[in-house]
Design a protein around this ligand. Sequence first.
Ligand code: ZN
Length: 296
Amino acid sequence: MDDLLKGMKGAFGKGGERHEPSTLRGFLVLLGQWRQGSIPLEPLLNGVDLLQKVALEALTESRADIAQQRMDIDFHETYERLHQLLAELSDELDVLRAALRGGQPVLESSVILKAILGEIRQVEDELSSWTDGSVPVCIRCGSKGPEEICASCHLERLYPDPNMSDSLESAHLGGDYLRLYKAYREVIEGDRPLRSLAALLLPLEATLQELMRLARHSDLEIAHEVQRGIQGLQDFRLGLATRKMRELNQGWDKVYASAVGLVRRLPGLFRQVGRPEEARRLEREQAMQDGASFSE
Ligand SMILES: [Zn+2]
């Protein structure tokens, strides 16, 4: 469900730069300028082609997405309306192109396009209630409701994180970190129940508590990184209780940053505290993992 929404965001309704012809809003500005005689026909015709291309791509991609997943009925209806509007947009751009080339009046097309923009904005408003984090939704099918668990998917309904970034941190982490990362990704993609994360926090909590004991008096920099990881795990615990994806995302950001900060420093710590065997084991693991990518 999340992927469907990402593609749509901003391209046709409210978002988009005012002077960007690949958005409907920007294109309408261009059309107005042409009607006032302040720009020639050529760039306007290019704008028609560009906007139509963007609309058709969005239509094709999201149709394929919808076909391959089960979707909540309300979410589906709203989404279908957006589809219909994109198809109308493309048809009207055909009409406009013909009128422009034939030297016919374009006022009617201009009015229709403005009306489509207004309707797309409305649909975007409706869709944003699935992503703004104000109500919990099933991440797999988009269902909403007061029940904590989605009856058709058996997943907890989560509060989406409106500021979630798409960038996936990648680093060469292994073991318990990799297991937590994979499970966390599955949860926020609607492929796994939230509650199943709890068991994966335990081994990392134990490891970090142990490191904290070792580092507290010998290496403040490491103690600081360990503390960051512990805070991240606490964010995960909070997210388990509140079902807010923002807390899971923040949790992972901290756990990841902590792991990256620790990975090269730990062998030194183990030597300091008289555990050279462990230092060598970590270095061997590190060398092996350097060849592999962390992100799928
Ligand atoms: Zn569901």
